[in-house]
Ligand binder design. Structure first.
Ligand SMILES: [Fe+2]
Length: 160
């Protein structure tokens, strides 16, 4: 079935992120990187489909969102640093317009501000980040993710 969604750019970004994660020497941290970044990208796709937003940009934001944490092993200011790194990576592909890069990087830049509400793509990334954490460990929801998780469950039709 042709969904009409362009996937070549998603594939390119996934390939680049995969190559970067491959360089992480610690196998546990490397695996965590794959599980989290790839999981968030897939949650981004699902939420973008449900909310009728740009699936391709959402997927790319998901794949890149924690790139600063996984590349440097340091999560301090990782959203801002990650947005800068992502802009460089996306520009280098030559596949994205400046406007698209700005949208993806804005989502990455804002994704740690879970208590605030931003635009549709920013919110998709924040919710996808929460969703991956909660799907990975359904037995635990952190305090800072509780409210979003509750709203998400409602949106997804999870009754209890
Ligand atoms: Fe994350």
């Amino acid at each position: 079935m042709d969904t009409g969604i362009r996937t070549d750019r998603i594939e390119k970004v996934r390939e680049i992120v995969s190559g970067l994660l491959e360089r992480i020497p610690d196998s546990e941290f490397r695996n965590e990187g794959y599980v989290h970044m790839f999981g968030v990208a897939q949650a981004c796709v699902l939420l973008a489909m449900i909310r009728e937003e740009d699936v391709e940009l959402a997927a790319c934001a998901g794949y890149l969102h924690d790139i600063a944490t996984y590349m440097t092993g340091d999560s301090i200011e990782h959203a801002r640093r990650g947005a800068e790194m992502a802009a460089g990576i996306l520009q280098e592909t030559g596949l994205f317009e400046d406007k698209e890069i700005e949208k993806i990087c804005s989502a990455i830049r804002c994704h740690s501000d879970k208590k605030m509400t931003h635009g549709p793509l920013e919110e998709i990334l924040k919710d996808a980040d929460v969703m991956q954490h909660c799907l990975y460990d359904p037995g635990y929801v952190s305090k800072k993710e509780k409210d979003r998780y509750k709203k998400l469950r409602k949106e997804l039709g999870i009754k209890k």
